[in-house]
Design a protein around this ligand. Structure first.
Ligand SMILES: Cc1ncc(COP(=O)(O)O)c(C=O)c1O
Length: 345
């Protein structure tokens, strides 16, 4: 129970915090990973923490079906399908995206877990958000006619209630850091739909936790990350009302960077793949090309530029997303670069 809201308990928390000894030595920092890629089903990832709250709310409202939105390769959609499977609910995903020509990565996992994906095609007339809205209404109606009560979850599970998953995680990390005897820790989180970062930021401030948070944006937002964040924060203050009445956050409380987003969402980027190979070959840990690979590539750059100081204690939140390595447009690039690792004898 956090801020008066209850949740389901299906996670194997605390997830471990592990030191990356080889990379730490090479970079001259103490780099740790908070392993939220190891949350325990649907192949894991950050969205399960948000879904503990959101699906509890859905069940309390008597809903029988979870409907969410995202790209065709949405990790959040896959994990929404996973929780639905586990709790005997129906689930579906709406994505304004072309079919990638193969049922790989998250699309395949969605099918394995029984979650249909509705791929809406662009029509050259309507915006993506108009198309998405219309498709959500259509799919909702279809399923309601079949007797389901539909609970809608916005992209990434990043609404007001969804932040509580990472509010709790901030508390969990602070406890682990204390047990480990670590001081002056910088926590680095990926920023996509913003719920993860916002939960951590609000948790750290409201609970007065000794963590410095840096958010690495992985795709540009039309009016900038900070602007987006401040508006989201305003909605959170309103939603939680009295429970957060003493919380006062200003722009100075949000440490965000867009310097490592490489200009687009989920685009293939050589530096990001190189960071993925570095992590794989030094630590045997897989990061993904859309989220955690970009964040890790950002950390490497920040060390190079001296933004992250020598000797600094850094915990990168590993938010999962590993199925993303199997998406076609990333895989074809890696197949070229890694071709020398195949020997046909
Ligand atoms: C693997 C992974 N990491 C990070 C994120 C970003 O989290 P958020 O959307 O809460 O900012 C997402 C979600 O979009 C994700 O799937």
């Amino acid at each position: 129970m956090t801020l008066g809201r209850d949740k389901l308990h299906f996670l194997n928390t605390p997830t471990p915090i592990q030191r990356l000894d080889n990379i730490s030595e090479e970079l001259g920092i103490n780099l740790y990973l908070k392993r939220d890629d190891l949350t325990n089903f649907g192949t894991g990832g950050n969205k399960l923490r948000k879904l503990e709250y959101l699906v509890k709310d859905a069940i309390d409202q008597g809903c029988t079906m979870l409907l969410t939105v995202g790209g065709a390769q949405t990790n959040h959609g896959r994990l929404t399908g996973a929780v639905a499977a586990k709790y005997g609910l129906k689930a579906a995903i709406v994505a304004v995206d072309p079919y990638p020509g193969e049922m790989s990565a998250n699309l395949l996992l969605d099918g394995i877990m029984g979650c249909p994906v509705y791929l809406v095609q662009q029509d050259g007339v309507h915006t993506d958000s108009e198309l998405e809205k219309a498709a959500v209404a259509k799919v909702t109606k279809e399923w309601e006619e079949k007797g389901e009560k539909v609970y809608f979850i916005p992209v990434g599970g990043s609404n007001e209630l969804g932040i509580l998953g990472y509010y709790d995680c901030a508390v969990e990390i602070a406890e682990q850091v204390e047990e480990m005897g670590l001081e002056d820790v910088r926590l680095v989180s990926t920023v996509g739909s913003f719920g993860t970062y916002m939960g951590l930021a609000v948790g750290i401030k409201n609970e007065n936790l000794p963590l410095r948070l840096t958010g690495v944006g992985i795709s540009p937002k039309p009016h900038g990350l900070l602007n987006y964040g401040m508006k989201y924060y305003g909605r959170i203050k309103e939603y939680f009302g009295d429970e957060l009445k003493d919380l006062e956050m200003t722009e100075a409380d949000f440490n965000l960077t867009s310097d490592y987003d490489h200009g687009a969402y989920n685009n293939p980027v050589k530096e990001v793949r190189e960071a993925m190979y570095y992590m794989g070959q030094k630590e045997a840990i897989i990061v993904d090309p859309c989220y955690t690979g970009k964040t890790f590539a950002g950390i490497l750059e920040m060390v190079k530029k001296g933004i992250i100081k020598q000797g600094e204690n850094v915990i990168m939140l590993h938010t999962g997303g590993i199925p993303g390595i199997y998406t076609k447009h990333h895989r074809v690039e890696m197949e070229k670069e890694l071709a020398d690792f195949i020997h046909i004898i």
